[in-house]
Design a protein around this ligand. Structure first.
Ligand SMILES: Nc1ncnc2c1ncn2[C@@H]1O[C@H](COP(=O)(O)OP(=O)(O)OP(=O)(O)O)[C@@H](O)[C@H]1O
Ligand SMILES: [Mg+2]
Length: 268
């Protein structure tokens, strides 16, 4: 079953140029991607190639100008409570405590109060922040805020989970333990996850498939199947197969990162 079909999607932005006029920046062009129900798919690509733009479009937070997107065989709707997003920056409400932030999605789902509280506490424990339940976001470190944002979306249990570099701001140990935790949760209820990362290792450890994007305008250059056994643990990094996949992915990405650097030099 297909969860998402992105067919020849295009997205342009109008930007100001140095002369005060307007230029058109083509961010996604001829972007094609089929996402299967229940799969864990990662998007890898150079900075600025349109990964967040695509996720924002899927989340209904941004528009696209060309092509079509189907979610559950229906044209993408702007508002849909079945999707949940973890942003590149944490997006917590400053006037709510950590626990109250976790409860936002559950309130939208109209979960009864006591169940809401229990669920929020359970997921807070999962990310190791029970002791901070009644603090406000400004009293937490950046990594802790991101863990709250992750716990919030996991507690919400959307059918389509969109994660934009959710672990980028975390220290290495927390990052690794949350990767494994995320896999455990995903293996338990197999919701579709679209995960953006800059880390090749992270993409391989987590995913069923890794979609590698070109430099801007972004499109899917190649999809690599990750046939490593599950459940996976950190040890998988030491396997020969892991090294082989890593090398293949790296070669595909290297050219695209080179193109981005070149175009930035030309513009500078
Ligand atoms: N609202 C906007 N208006 C104008 N340009 C935008 C807008 N949003 C994104 N862009 C531009 O679109 C391009 C792609 O941005 P996007 O955030 O999707 O990249 P990304 O692949 O997520 O990069 P990164 O890996 O650095 O997060 C960038 O050049 C960015 O400047
Ligand atoms: Mg981004």
């Amino acid at each position: 079953m297909l969860k998402v079909r992105a067919d020849r999607v295009g997205r342009c932005f109008q930007i100001r140029n140095r002369q005060g006029g307007r230029d058109v920046l083509s961010v996604l062009d001829d972007f094609n991607l089929d996402i299967r129900e229940g799969e864990f798919i990662s998007l890898l690509g150079p900075s600025g190639c349109g990964k967040s733009t695509f996720l924002n479009i899927l989340a209904g937070l941004d528009d696209f100008d060309q092509g079509s997107i189907l979610v559950d065989s229906e044209r993408l709707k702007k508002r849909n409570f079945d999707r949940g997003m973890v942003f590149q920056s944490y997006a917590l409400l400053p006037w709510r405590t950590v626990l109250q932030n976790l409860e936002i999605g559950l309130e939208i789902r109209r979960m009864p109060r006591r169940e809401r509280r229990e669920t929020a506490q359970r997921y807070l424990q999962l990310v190791g922040l029970s002791a901070f339940a009644h603090q406000y976001p400004h009293q937490l470190s950046g990594g802790m805020r991101q863990r709250v944002a992750i716990a919030r979306v996991l507690a919400y249990r959307p059918n389509l989970l969109l994660m934009d570099e959710p672990f980028a701001a975390l220290d290495a140990q927390t990052r690794e333990s949350l990767q494994i935790e995320l896999l455990r949760i995903w293996e338990a209820d197999k919701k579709t996850i679209v995960f953006v990362t800059h880390s090749i290792d992270e993409a391989i450890i987590l995913s069923d498939r890794v979609a590698i994007m070109t430099a801007r305008p972004g499109r899917v250059k190649k999809i690599i199947d990750i046939n490593l056994p599950r459940p996976r643990s950190e040890d998988i990094r030491n396997s020969l197969e892991f090294a082989r996949i890593r090398q293949a992915v790296w070669l595909l990405i290297r050219d695209e990162v080179g193109k981005t650097e070149q175009s930035q030099r030309i513009r500078a």
